[in-house]
Structures are given as C-alpha cells and as structure tokens.
Design a binder for this molecule. Sequence first.
Ligand code: ADP
Ligand code: ADP
Length: 224
Amino acid sequence: MIILKAENLKKYYDKDVNIVKALDGVDVEIKKGEFVSIVGTSGSGKSTLLHMLGGLDRATDGKVYVDDKDIFSMTDDQLTVFRRRNIGFVFQNYNLVPILNVYENIVLPIELDGNKIDKNHVDNIIKTLGLTEKINNLPNNLSGGQQQRVAIARSLATKPAIILADEPTGNLDSKTSQEVLGLLKITSEKFNQTIVMITHNEEIAQLADRTIRIEDGQIVRGDR
Ligand code: ADP
Ligand code: ADP
C-alpha cells in the first residue's frame, strides 16, 4: 500500500530576477512501513522535498498524496490538523523545551492536541529508546544522542503513520548516529510507521530500505 506519493512535484523560488527550481518534476512513491533515505549534495532540494511531503509548505505545481488524500487541496487550517494527526517531524537540532523534563517533552504534542495520553504506548516508546532512567532529567543534562532519542520519542508519541526526519544525526558522532538510527528503525518497525529521512551521511543512508538520490531538484537514482 502506497502511503506517500508525490506527482510531478515542482517548487520554484524567486531569487532577485532569477527563479530557483528547487524541485523540478519529482515523482516519489513510498509504501507503508518503508524506511527511505533521501541523499544529495547541499542545495539539491532535499529539505524542500521533505517540506512538501509533510505539507509544511505548498508546491508551485504537482501533487502530494498522504494516504490517498491530496494534501494541497486542503485549506491551511485543515492541513495543519491533518499534519498533526498523521506526520511526525524530527530535525537536526532536537528542538526540545529546556524547562520541561524528558517525559514532559515527549507528551507535549499529545497535550497540545488536547488528547488523552496513551500511557502504555508512551512507556513502550520510552523503554524501546532506552530513556526509562532519564524521564525526570532536563534536556540540558543529556548528551546529544540522548536528546535526539527524546525528540524521536516525542515524534512517535502521537502515533503518526509517517515520520519525516531532516538530518536527524547531523549533530551526532558516527557511533551515536548508528545507535540512534538503529533505535528509530526498531521503534518504527514495531509500530508499523513509515520513515523518510534526509541525510548527508552515506553510511547512515545504508540503514534505510531504499535510497532516493536528488540532484538539482530532480531524482537521479532509486526506483521511485
Ligand atoms: P538541500 O536540503 O538539499 O540542501 P534545499 O531544498 O534546502 O536543498 O534547497 C534547494 C534550493 O532551493 C537551493 O538552491 C536553495 O538555496 C533554494 N531555497 C530553498 N529554500 C528557499 C527559500 N525559502 N527561498 C529561496 N530559495 C530557497
Ligand atoms: P539544510 O539544507 O541544511 O536543511 P536549509 O533548508 O536551512 O538547510 O537551507 C538550505 C538552503 O536553502 C540554503 O542554501 C539556504 O540559504 C537556502 N534557504 C533556506 N531558506 C531560505 C530563504 N528563506 N530564502 C533564501 N534562501 C533560503
């Protein structure tokens, strides 16, 4: 089953008198439960593609379907709600709230949505990511790898079908990167979640089921 699909996706930016074709006709199909990495040099269009796939920004042309829903046909408000319910984001700079402890950070999106915390599910995630001993700590007292595991736990807590990760290991050393990614993979498999991850790191990209390579806004390799 295809959970995420882009059709002839284009994103052009106006830059002074020029037009930057950040995405220039991209087709992607991602199956439910798949773990896909997106690789390419800086400026090739990776972040733009991830933003389009997650509905963080609108395309110039083309379509994105999440679970067969044409997300750009939604209003901004509809899209915001849809995104919150279906998509989890993980960024390079963890974005944890410094005055909240690990547990509070993890359940924050659930509470902001006004939903009831599924304690079993949250405990399961915390355990799988090896954070049980750390739940009362503040983010500042954690290593980079631990902070990213908290950010991953937070993105998984709302049970999104899709996780979109932009250079999630960009600030971590090689050993920690492998470890954190391994845990992300195990956890998402356990809950049958789909991951799309941007990375510069070829070793990290290898951990995915499949790699999509992008150059100058176009896909150059990978079987879509
Ligand atoms: P990557 O993530 O692969 O580094 P990006 O998707 O961030 O690439 O950028 C692709 C191209 O689009 C680059 O030339 C970049 O400078 C340009 N770009 C990205 N975002 C914007 C923006 N908001 N306004 C103008 N140009 C942008
Ligand atoms: P990354 O590729 O590490 O994810 P960004 O997405 O922040 O980094 O930016 C990628 C490229 O897009 C950079 O070259 C940046 O200068 C350009 N860019 C991002 N946002 C804008 C913007 N609002 N206006 C112009 N260029 C932008």
